[in-house]
Design a protein around this ligand. Structure first.
Ligand code: KIV
Length: 275
């Protein structure tokens, strides 16, 4: 590939400035989770702006009840796979529980692994006021940070389950304070998860950085979904999820056909055999 082609490709890459510009121009940002090369390549070619290697991998890839057991090694490994499939999209590595809570130094060390080993352009971490100092420290180290406030799955035990946040006036103030703290600390964008649509709208109007909603209504600057949920690969999905395909049924049908043809000696036929 010539240097000119490489440069031209780079110009079209989604970057922090281009996401900021999306907010200014009112262009909505699309983000999907991805955990491997194959899906990253498809989503990237389809024009998805941001690929999030979510710690939801604990649920949808590893089959765990919560995201808490996901390790830093696992998250960095999946980030590396996704980065190989992303030519245009911005890749964000999600910092798993335990990789940034002990100290800011620890957080910087963990985040550097996402950039150096995982090939990510940014990291995401959960929390607002509580993690503002950590975000500041990461930003000083030139590591772009996406915040995540509202329903934060790593706080499942404190929240008593995956509960919508910001429904009381106290909860509403907390979400607003968290979002402000994340922006003030230097995050380039923030995920708003599981909150009333009008609260997400208020946060989006107040912040100058883009907000990416999940279960937070239409008035965010962008939207994110977990790929298994929107593709019909999850056993159960929350009510805010829209199903865009039923891959579960398609894959099941293909596997049944294969099994049947193998048992009847119909596969492989002449066409699929070497001579
Ligand atoms: O881990 C994840 O997939 C996430 C999204 C739900 C935003 O954090």
């Amino acid at each position: 590939m010539s240097t000119v082609t490489v440069e031209a490709e780079r110009e079209h890459r989604v970057t922090l400035p281009s996401l900021a510009q999306c907010k200014r121009r009112g262009h909505k940002i699309s983000m999907l989770t991805a955990y491997d090369f194959a899906f990253a390549r498809i989503f990237d070619a389809a024009g998805i702006d941001v690929l999030l290697v979510g710690d939801s991998l604990g649920n949808v890839v590893q089959g765990r009840e919560t995201t808490l057991p996901v390790t830093l090694d696992e998250a960095v490994y999946h980030t590396r796979l996704v980065s190989r499939g992303a030519r245009r999209a911005l890749v964000v590595g999600d910092m798993p529980f335990g990789s940034y809570q002990v100290s800011s130094e620890d957080a910087v060390r963990s985040a550097i692994r996402f950039i150096k080993e995982g090939g990510a352009q940014a990291v995401k971490l959960e929390g607002g006021v509580r993690v503002a100092e950590t975000i500041e420290r990461l930003v000083v180290a030139e590591i772009p940070v996406m915040g995540h406030v509202g329903l934060t799955p790593q706080a499942i035990h404190r929240m008593g389950g995956h509960r919508v946040q910001g429904r009381t006036s106290e909860g509403r103030s907390q979400v607003l304070d968290d979002a402000r703290a994340v922006q003030q600390a230097g995050a380039f964008a923030v995920v708003l998860e599981g909150m009333p649509a009008d609260l997400a709208h208020e946060v989006t109007r107040e912040l100058s950085i883009p907000t990416i909603g999940i279960g937070a209504g239409v008035n965010c600057d962008g939207q994110v979904l977990v790929m298994h949920d929107m593709l019909g690969l999850s056993e159960w999905t929350p009510s805010f999820v829209k199903s865009y395909a039923n891959l579960g049924a398609l894959v099941s049908k293909a596997a049944r056909s294969f099994s049947e043809e193998v048992s009847k000696g119909k596969f492989p036929d002449e066409e699929h055999s070497y001579r």
